[in-house]
Design a protein around this ligand. Structure first.
Ligand SMILES: Nc1nc2c(ncn2[C@@H]2O[C@H](COP(=O)(O)OP(=O)(O)OP(=O)(O)O)[C@@H](O)[C@H]2O)c(=O)[nH]1
Ligand SMILES: [Mg+2]
Length: 322
């Protein structure tokens, strides 16, 4: 038996999705009101006595849906979002299952090309302690340099033990101008005094997403500096926990998200859930602790390819590498 859930705003819309994905022979197992989210229908396609499926949609469509469902399950994408992505994939024409997933990701999530960030648009990185904000700030300065712009690295974290030394090292290596600023006024002043070809990157202190006062301070700083707020979030966290944090940061004004440590995690459902819940656009991703490795562009196709590589972890592969 093939079992699938479909979410839509209204029951007729959900039923139409059932028909498109499973055909007229689908059996409705349950319908469930989901408050503002609409309605969820769970449907099944029975096997007949010969163990073959009754006539329905082409086998290839079912294979695509099954493949995407198992990938989303591997990455622990929360059930409601997985249903939405499956529904979107079923309704969008694509050549193969990875492209169908890319189309669904494009439909449900936002993506902001890194080229949109430049001298005209300061960027301020926020996120939990140790998320990778400082390394990502340095990588953004490196990207600016590659694009022919100069960069102004503003750090709000110079009072931390080793904070100033870290920023000085990054600025030195990247030829960036460094300003240490400890309050919103100082940040706004540094931003307003930048040269026309300087891209301003603001690095901040690690914050607690559930501390309203800390988040208000960050929002005020971003507002004073007219900066795009980007959440830096490491891969691999518990999807529900990460989504809660992302919602809090988005309410503080985070519009974009830069995931880090994609190289050191194997499940990315938390990042997908975080971006979706927070309505944040993926900007780029960190895939190395080395600044020279820069940032990797994230778009629907690259994200779908990342999700599609979900081989199980083999501890023996570490021993083989030694
Ligand atoms: N593997 C890997 N490590 C990363 C990546 N990005 C950052 N790191 C590492 O994560 C650790 C924390 O990075 P930082 O940039 O100092 O993090 P932060 O958010 O500035 O930390 P605080 O300022 O203490 O809040 C460092 O050891 C980095 O080298 C990444 O994409 N991949
Ligand atoms: Mg830091």
């Amino acid at each position: 038996m093939l079992l699938r859930s479909f979410s839509a705003k209204t029951l007729p819309e959900a039923m139409e999705q059932v028909r498109l994905a499973l055909g007229d022979e689908a059996i409705i197992l349950s319908t469930q009101e989901e408050g503002f989210a609409g309605v969820k229908v769970t449907a099944a396609l029975e096997a007949d006595d010969d163990n073959d499926f009754r006539p329905g949609p082409p086998t290839s469509e079912l294979a695509v849906a099954d493949r995407i469902a198992s990938v989303l399950d591997h990455h622990r994408v929360p059930r409601g979002l997985a249903d939405r992505l499956l529904n979107a994939a079923a309704n969008l024409q694509a050549d193969d299952w990875v492209m169908a997933l890319a189309a669904a990701l494009d439909y449900e999530l936002g993506f902001l090309p890194l080229s949109e960030i430049g001298p005209g648009r300061p960027i301020m990185l926020i996120g939990p302690s140790g998320a990778g904000k400082s390394v990502t700030s340095a990588k953004l300065c490196a990207c600016a340099r590659l694009a022919g712009a100069r960069s102004l690295l503003i750090t709000m974290d110079s009072d931390k033990a080793g904070g100033r030394a870290q920023a000085e090292t990054f600025a030195d290596v990247l030829g960036a101008r460094l300003v240490c600023a400890s309050d919103p006024e100082a940040v706004a002043k540094a931003v307003s005094q930048r040269e026309a070809d300087e891209m301003a990157v603001i690095d901040t202190i690690g914050s607690n997403p559930f501390d309203g006062q800390e988040l208000r301070y960050l929002s005020e700083t971003a507002e004073a500096a007219a900066a795009t707020l980007a959440l830096v979030l490491p891969a691999g966290g518990d999807p529900a926990e990460v989504a809660d944090a992302a919602l809090a940061y988005s309410q503080a004004g985070a519009q974009a998200m830069i995931p880090t440590r994609l190289d050191a995690a194997r499940r990315f459902g938390g990042l997908v859930a975080a971006a979706h819940v927070g309505g944040m656009q993926f900007l780029a991703a960190g895939v190395s602790r080395h600044i020279g490795a820069g940032l990797t562009a994230l778009n629907p196709v690259s994200l779908a390819r990342l999700l599609s590589t979900c081989e199980p972890f083999e501890p023996s592969s570490l021993a083989a590498a030694d």
